[in-house]
Design a protein around this ligand. Sequence first.
Ligand SMILES: Nc1nc2c(c(=O)[nH]1)N[C@H]1C(S)=C(S)[C@@H](COP(=O)(O)OP(=O)(O)OC[C@H]3O[C@@H](n4cnc5c(=O)[nH]c(N)nc54)[C@H](O)[C@@H]3O)O[C@H]1N2
Ligand SMILES: Nc1nc2c(c(=O)[nH]1)N[C@H]1C(S)=C(S)[C@@H](COP(=O)(O)OP(=O)(O)OC[C@H]3O[C@@H](n4cnc5c(=O)[nH]c(N)nc54)[C@H](O)[C@@H]3O)O[C@H]1N2
Ligand code: SF4
Ligand SMILES: [Mo]
Length: 740
Amino acid sequence: MSDPSAPLSSADGPARAQCPYCGVGCGLEMKPPTAAAAGSEAIWTARGDRQHPSSLGQVCVKGATVGETLHRNRLTTPLYRQRTDQPLAPISWDRAFDLLEAQVRRTLAEKGPSGLAMYGSGQFQTEDYYVANKLFKGALGSNNFDANSRLCMSSAVSGYVRSFGSDGPPCCYDDLDQADTVLLIGTNTAECHPVLFQRLLKRKRKQKQALQIVVVDPRTTATSDAADLHLAIRPGTDLALLHGLGHLLLEMGGVDRAYVQASTEGFEALAELWALWTPAKVSRFCGIEERQLHQLADRWEASPAVLSLWSMGVNQSVEGTATVAGIINLHLVSGQIGKPGAGPFSLTGQPNAMGGREAGGLAKLLPGYRSVTDAGHRAELERHWGLAPGAIAPESGLTVWEQIEAMERDALGLWWVAATNPLVSLPWLDRVRAAVARCPMVVLNEAYAGTETAAIAHLVLPAAQWSEKAGVMTNSERRVTYCPAFRVPPGEARADWAIFAELGRRLGFEEQFRYGSSAEVFDEFVVITAGRVCDLSGLSHGLLHEHGPQQWPFPTGTSPGGGTPRLHTSGRFPTASGRARLISEAPMGLGEPPDDDYPLVLTVGRYLEQWHTMTRTAHVERLLRPHAAPLLEVNPVDARTHGLVDAGRAEVISRRGAVTATVQITERIRQGTVFLPMHWGASQEQACEANRLMHALGCPISQQPELKAAAVTLKPIAAPSKPRLSNSGDHPGLRSEPKS
Ligand SMILES: Nc1nc2c(c(=O)[nH]1)N[C@H]1C(S)=C(S)[C@@H](COP(=O)(O)OP(=O)(O)OC[C@H]3O[C@@H](n4cnc5c(=O)[nH]c(N)nc54)[C@H](O)[C@@H]3O)O[C@H]1N2
Ligand SMILES: Nc1nc2c(c(=O)[nH]1)N[C@H]1C(S)=C(S)[C@@H](COP(=O)(O)OP(=O)(O)OC[C@H]3O[C@@H](n4cnc5c(=O)[nH]c(N)nc54)[C@H](O)[C@@H]3O)O[C@H]1N2
Ligand code: SF4
Ligand SMILES: [Mo]
């Protein structure tokens, strides 16, 4: 077997890896550039890997074009400036580490470990995550390591932990082939998890009646277009809808009494709560017809296997964790869990959001689904890391928004951002910008040049990215894929884990960070997962390289292919009592409800062709064509009320700021709601910083911000008198306008 961490050359033929975009985690086969095309523009071409069990050869347009994005616009050397009004200038790695080390030591002396904070990413590989956590929570004694998963998956994590006693999505993709009813709630699967959606559609075409698709989303989307039933609820009312469904299931006798008795606790209280949510009340609260709720309940009750899929429309809410519990409650009470085709299945967003959870990548977590607040867990990690007892702090670290607030109080001496672009993706951007400007040193590990976050950084470190570093990622169905290094990193770019390890050694933790390769990092990590729900102890880079992707739990001694497709099949749960908890919480509604001054709810989401802040996808012509610019979707009634015309410009105003966008008048969005995409940050020609408008109120349990809703109002911007050139994109009705 070849050394799995050594870069493969073209002579090795295609490289197999997990796609670095969404959490579906499709297998890609990357074909090297031909000799004729070799040179600086040499492009690896991607196609679906038929051997990958999660995707069976399928890919979407982003995966298919990833090869075109890898070499353009890259950072190649460390860059530094003392003040952010100066230009960034190249420096050596040695000087970069001297600066970093000095600032860490200064901060420790002046503020203690709590003055250091890192904000990482679900786009880290598991090895990057593990070493970053070991550096911060172990060596430096600061639990202030949080990741963009806080904006993404933390409500799902808290939801699973509360109901089941542990994190861990219990389902697998084969369940899509076996479910009778698929409930897609708060997810635009067609655009955001396209290969899974295509799998559903293919089945729907063949078995029209055997598979019923239900979508809950305030917008009509490419996903709801395929639905048998679309409940276009008012934003932020999902929990009431779920309680109303429970109400009807109780009435219809849709309760699995034996399962409830043997495997759950808390049924009496839940039944009392459900009793309050009559169809009439739900209809008023959610803004749907009673008939639609009955249709949903009839379907659920009659289905041998119900699968619920959800993502950001559920998680990004002030009641995100409560809504996750609302979904899980229904599955438990009706016994729709732990069997083929059934269960509450959270779709993860980023390619390695799952690996981050396994490696302890949020402010309260430690590797192996452990918690910093558990003395036993801390002691296990202190021993594993060769650190003194008490080295790990006993309290939860700062979540990302708490890190922003800490900078407002001058409580941080170093804010280290890696593999995320918070100056586009965090809410309330003007406040973020002002807070960050107070921090004495902002460091950014980034692969691409010119991002919005680089604009506020003092030290920018060039990162080797996917394809240039070897590591593993875990997709939504708990499948771990080895991603080899098959290209050489540009210039002096280095893997994130190697940057963290070098700083660790310089700070005196030579033993702890003496890794020869990422394979060694992974070996050290999996040992500490033994016996945990996320047991990866039987995996290694070598095994994954040789035998292909594997699903966990995968304890030592498991044969390749012998991983575990479904969790909780026994009806016993990892809680103290062994029973799952039914959780009763009353719906609260939106954190910032609309009012007379701000009468509309702005929701912010994604387009199929773009990835987040566009650092990769903005450079691919084919991906820009369908949406050359961001569009503000407005219902015709709201457009009339606010004096807007189709393809005209409008100002979108919230309590925190205003942005301008081109209007698209459409029946596809519910009256009272408007939509903007999240993608176009300040560095884009068509900039439209949606997150300047968003508030930072979050779920009190998961601390996930409500990135799906803010109260706004709209104002038309007078059309310019001169005729304008038409946009080169092929979107009908879209005219080019000057950048705001
Ligand atoms: N093309 C593409 N795919 C991606 C990504 C990308 O950037 N581009 N990013 C990946 C990541 S990290 C993530 S997290 C996922 C996100 O995947 P999704 O969650 O599917 O994507 P979003 O567009 O953010 O939001 C989903 C839907 O929630 C709806 N929604 C808004 N408010 C509510 C509400 O109150 N209730 C309900 N029921 N629905 C509501 C919106 O109308 C929207 O259609 O996508 C992943 N895949
Ligand atoms: N209003 C609103 N806001 C949202 C959302 C929403 O739905 N609505 N969604 C939220 C969600 S779910 C998410 S996940 C976030 C996503 O938001 P971000 O994480 O900010 O988005 P990305 O553009 O994916 O940022 C990843 C960055 O890492 C860089 N990068 C890529 N590979 C590597 C690598 O290997 N190493 C390093 N060091 N850098 C690398 C990329 O160039 C890019 O700049 O946005 C959140 N913000
Ligand atoms: S569906 Fe997701 S993982 Fe699959 S190719 Fe598309 S972006 Fe990549
Ligand atoms: Mo996400």
